[in-house]
Write a protein that binds this ligand. Sequence first.
Ligand code: MRU
Length: 355
Amino acid sequence: MFKTIEWTDDGVRMIDQTRLPAQEVYRTCRAYGDVAEAIRSMVIRGAPAIGVAAAMGVALGVRDSKAASVAELRADFETIAAALSATRPTAVNLFWAVKRMREVFESSLAGDGTGTEKIGRARQRLIEEAQRVLAEDIAVNEAMGRHGAALLEDSTTVLTHCNAGALATGGYGTALGVIRAAVEAGKKIDVFADETRPFLQGARLTAWELAKDHIPVTLITDSMAGHFMRQGKIRAAIVGADRIASNGDVANKIGTYTVAVLARENGIPFYVAAPLSTIDLTLSSGAQIPIEERPASEVTSLAGQAIAPEGVAARHPAFDVTPHRYVTAIITERGIARDPYTESLKALIDAGRAG
Ligand code: MRU
């Protein structure tokens, strides 16, 4: 199995997702700026994977800082954190990871010792923490799989949108993790993968990842989902999330809202699988979630080839918001949340604080 991302002494190594499925090549980011660029250009993408990359980017930047004093290191930390935070606005895991690294950074500096000792301690602890963020993400996905697998029937066909798999996370996946866990539990699951215009995460990444794992996958264009639901072929839909507001509104890859509405119209469940780090309790509804607008050229061209007349106006909001009333359940590592989400999501988060 491939590794989406890993820490090495040379830097942060990641599979280049812009080159899949044609080539399985890896890129090593040797400076935090390279990590920021890899996130922005979608060499690495998917909310949890972006979080892991940001954590490793912080560790790399602090490790290589030339700061000679604690004050200088603090200034460098802020520069690094700002650069990473400015890459992609929607996936809250990015900001969650930077916050977590900041807390470790500050606690490392707060202990006893000389300035040099504090700097050394901060460097070491941040590297350890970044690796912990990765390991925890994989464990969280496996736990999500255990909770979610029971929701999927045996001998069924499930639609997924975008890529919420091992490639979008530290490993195993969120939505695809639930499917993997159901398959591991002996269920026969056929996956229908939306190609996911315009960046084609479904065609390029989900189809590649599932085929590699020998999970049956059928690729469809986004516009075919309603047809197959109406025919009774697709029995459930499951997707990941980039940010979930406290009321259960879900921001995910553009086109997810359409899938949810079609699922409701056709009487099939619409599940969201996401770690608790994707839930943003500071937002009361999805209307407050920042939606990334990517270059229109990603819509007007495909693999470098123009597919629209030159100069035509085009838009590319990379995410949409699905109102919580369309969401049958949200699967997390700590259990399953259902409506009313304002209560159920908070209860799951509070259960972790208490434990
Ligand atoms: O633009 P991307 O490819 O980063 O968008 C990814 C998604 O929308 C995923 O569905 C989401 O991050 C969940 S991944 C486990």
